[in-house]
Write a new protein. Structure first.
Length: 140
């Protein structure tokens, strides 16, 4: 079984964010850390080299693949800020329709800056992600 590349590390979240070249993404990253920390109650941790995650859960798929992942996370990438959360299908479209300017993929939501989105909707998305993942994968 392949080993997960994205695991929790001891790298500094502050050092990582301070190295972000784009000042808007850097400032938004510090704001996202504060917001996600308040919403989850978890300290920010680096996952891999470029993802800032909050909390964690252990998953195991029917295939036997298992690992750990953050309950919610984000990454200030060059093209956009990637937001990682788990939204159940019954909530996803309704929340994203009120979210503001974004693009979405299968597992990520991409924003250019916080000013483009409704922060209250983001808070709801974070709360639902933590709730959903704790139901799917109860803490050990």
């Amino acid at each position: 079984m392949a080993k997960n590349k994205t695991t929790e590390t001891q790298s500094s979240v502050v050092d990582f964010i301070n190295a972000v070249e784009d000042s808007t993404k850097r400032n938004d990253s510090f704001e996202l850390v504060e917001l996600m920390q308040q919403q989850t109650g978890f300290e920010p941790k680096m996952w891999g080299t470029s993802i800032i995650g909050f909390g964690s859960y252990h998953y195991k798929y029917a295939s036997g693949h298992e690992g750990d992942a953050p309950l919610v996370a984000f990454s200030p990438r060059k093209a956009a800020i990637s937001l990682y959360s788990y939204l159940a299908p019954e909530h996803r479209e309704a929340l994203l329709s009120k979210f503001g300017k974004h693009k979405s993929g299968k597992g990520c939501i991409y924003i250019q800056k916080i000013a483009d989105i409704d922060v209250e909707v983001l808070k709801k998305m974070i709360a639902l992600s933590v709730e959903n993942l704790n139901k799917l994968y109860p803490p050990q």
